[in-house]
Design a protein around this ligand. Structure first.
Ligand SMILES: [Zn+2]
Length: 341
């Protein structure tokens, strides 16, 4: 067998056109005119570079010389001479190993992107959306919910006005962006005692929630939590995370209103799917800080949470969208410090 290629003597960087003649288990490097450039060497003493696609291969000789050739198949035959079956198994095995490593890297990359990349991008997108766009998404989502889930509130006008005055210190905080407004709705169907934060600053309190409260400060606590969801843009972030297409469109075109999936996902997230535990912790942390700033204790907030969930297990609509109450209560009463990730 003869392989054509180039020979490097290991001492200078010059290469010579050469060939390797393989005979009787020995390899002999010959120059263009057939002269021996190296004495014959047993094949076992050669090192073969491994095959990477169709890139040239090297045969390394004991004295430091090396021979480069494009004849990959011949090198494969030389480097796996013992048996063709063994050689085939070896090649298959080494290829499988590359495939498996590649697969693992791909899976890790996708998992990492979903775990960190998508939420990070959704956060950037949600905070960079112009107010008109979130306003549009909010109006569409509220329209859908008003058609399917809500009825006009049956709370007397004076009671609504009185509560809005109670909420004023929180809703009229000058630093609010976007500004917060509170709406009351009777909840048809399974929504029950509940509170929802829409993306552009609207908080909906249901009549049963208002009736459940024994003190106004309890509702102020719930409102502070919902404002936390608004401040942290949780509604848009959740929708964007849920709709990869919507996320890409938002990042590239800067317009979410053209992606109807985001708008239609909002009511579902707000009323059934709920936010991630991390988002709920952020909203609770915001509530604790806000109540402190306004000189209101956290106990009334805890009281209404426990009344929403007297048994401490997860039942009911509000609880299906919120973490278990005992865990939250512990965190809120401890000031939510150091426990939020
Ligand atoms: Zn919440």
């Amino acid at each position: 067998m003869r392989l054509e290629g180039r020979f490097f003597d290991g001492a200078s960087s010059r290469s010579h056109r050469a060939s390797v003649l393989v005979e009787d288990g020995c390899a002999r490097v010959e120059g263009a005119s057939g002269d021996a450039l190296l004495p014959a060497v047993e094949l076992e003493r050669l090192e073969f570079s491994s095959r990477v696609g169709n890139t040239p291969r090297f045969l390394r000789f004991p004295g430091g010389g090396s021979f480069e050739t494009d004849d990959n198949d011949a090198v494969d035959r030389l480097s796996a001479p013992s048996s063709s079956v063994g050689g085939f198994a070896h090649r298959l095995e080494s290829k499988l190993r590359y495939v498996l490593i590649g697969l693992l890297v791909a899976v890790a990359f996708v998992w990492g992107s979903v775990q960190w990349g998508v939420p990070a991008l959704a956060r950037i997108a949600a905070f960079s959306l112009p107010a008109e766009v979130t306003g549009h998404a909010e109006r569409m989502a509220l329209e859908i919910m008003d058609r399917q889930l809500f009825e006009p509130s049956r709370l007397p006008q004076e009671e609504q006005a009185r509560l809005l005055a109670v909420f004023a210190p929180l809703t009229e905080d000058a630093a609010q962006d976007p500004p917060v407004r509170v709406l009351f709705r009777a909840a048809a169907g399974p929504l029950g005692a509940n509170a929802l934060a829409l993306p552009a600053g609207t908080v909906v309190l249901t009549d049963p929630l208002v009736q459940l409260a024994q003190h106004d400060e309890e509702l102020v606590g719930v409102l502070a939590h919902e404002i936390g969801h608004i401040r942290h843009r949780h509604a848009m972030r959740s929708s964007l995370q849920a709709s990869f297409v919507g996320l890409v469109a938002t990042l590239v075109v800067g317009d979410v209103s053209s992606v109807s999936s985001i708008v239609t996902a909002l009511p579902l997230i707000l009323t059934q799917l709920g936010y991630s535990r991390a988002f709920e912790r952020e909203a609770d942390q915001y509530a604790v800080e806000t109540l402190r700033r306004h000189g209101i204790g956290t106990q009334p907030f805890v009281d209404i949470l426990q009344r929403l969930d007297p048994s401490g297990d997860e039942k009911g609509a509000y609880l299906s969208t919120h973490p278990p109450t005992p865990e939250r209560v512990r965190r809120i009463l401890s000031g939510a410090k150091g426990l939020t990730p």
